[in-house]
Ligand binder design. Structure first.
Ligand code: NDP
Length: 245
């Protein structure tokens, strides 16, 4: 049985990805920063016949991340799949933003979306290296695609959230760099864009306007988590195929 560790898996896309992997026989470890929320999510998954368990993790707290990796190592010795899913978009709901480039927005957003993913990957890499064929999926966004941001024909051309967009561009760059660093190992690293999905990420208005359910959006995440040895590495995909960086 393969084991997956998913950050921010108590709701939204993380929970949907956990359900999708669980239904395919993967043991899912629900990484969440609030034990009450993860318990609710785990109960729901277990009732659906999925092998699920919680692990406490705040991706912005290095000690918490290290503790989570130690706990998973104690329980299972290794993981096969890491999904860096925890993410935030405070610019969408902030009452006030301090100018076009608010440094505090960058600080907060990068702490979770970039440094969080780096910290988690750093801590869990030894566990992935013990697996036969480790897989890492960084949950990114087309909003982080420089090609898309600069394309006037893109439906998202007018959406400008600089801290979020640069955080996902940085995450994409990490996907490329890490895939190179791990090129002599069986581990594959890819970025996934789930599309525009009905979750809490951008606040109520965003949720109401988004066309996709979390289950639909999570499909590309689970697909990349389960790619075989002939699958891609260091690439960026959405439901329609490769996304331009
Ligand atoms: P949600 O807000 O529904 O879920 C975000 C999850 O991340 C929650 O479980 C949240 O936990 C968790 N989280 C946030 N900060 C931390 C932290 N410091 N430590 C641990 N967990 C944390 O949003 P989505 O499901 O939409 O977002 C998941 C990912 O998908 C994000 O990376 C997002 O950028 C990406 N994405 C989403 C799109 C969309 O349209 N929804 C489009 C493209 C990408 P808590 O419940 O405790 O807040």
């Amino acid at each position: 049985m393969r084991t997956a560790f998913i950050t921010g898996a108590n709701k939204g896309l993380g929970l949907a990805a956990a359900r999708g992997l669980g239904e395919q026989g993967v043991r899912v470890i629900i990484g969440a920063r609030d034990p009450r929320k993860s318990d609710v999510a785990v109960r729901e998954l277990v009732q659906a016949g999925i092998d699920a368990e919680p692990v406490l993790v705040d991706v912005t707290d290095p000690a918490s991340v290290r503790g989570a990796a130690e706990e998973v190592a104690r329980r299972h010795g290794h993981i096969d799949i890491l999904i860096n899913n925890a993410g935030i978009l405070p610019e969408a709901t902030a009452e006030e933003v301090d100018g076009p480039l608010d440094p505090r927005m960058f600080e907060t957003t990068f702490a979770t979306n970039v440094l969080g993913a780096v910290e988690v990957t750093h801590a869990f890499l030894p566990l992935l290296q013990k697996a036969k064929a480790g897989r890492i999926v960084n949950v990114s966004s087309t909003m982080g695609s420089l090609a898309d941001q600069s394309n006037p024909d893109s439906p998202y051309y007018g959406v400008v959230v600089p801290a979020y967009q640069t955080s996902k561009a940085a995450l994409n760059s990490i996907t490329i760099a890490l895939s190179k660093k791990l090129s002599d190992t069986p581990i594959k690293v890819n970025s996934a864009c789930p599309g525009w999905v009905q979750t809490d990420l951008g606040g109520q208005q965003n949720r109401a306007a988004a066309p996709l359910t979390a289950e639909q959006g999570a499909q590309i995440i689970t697909k990349l988590a389960l790619i075989d040895e002939d699958g891609p590495t260091g690439q960026f995909f959405d439901a329609n195929g490769p996304v331009r960086w």
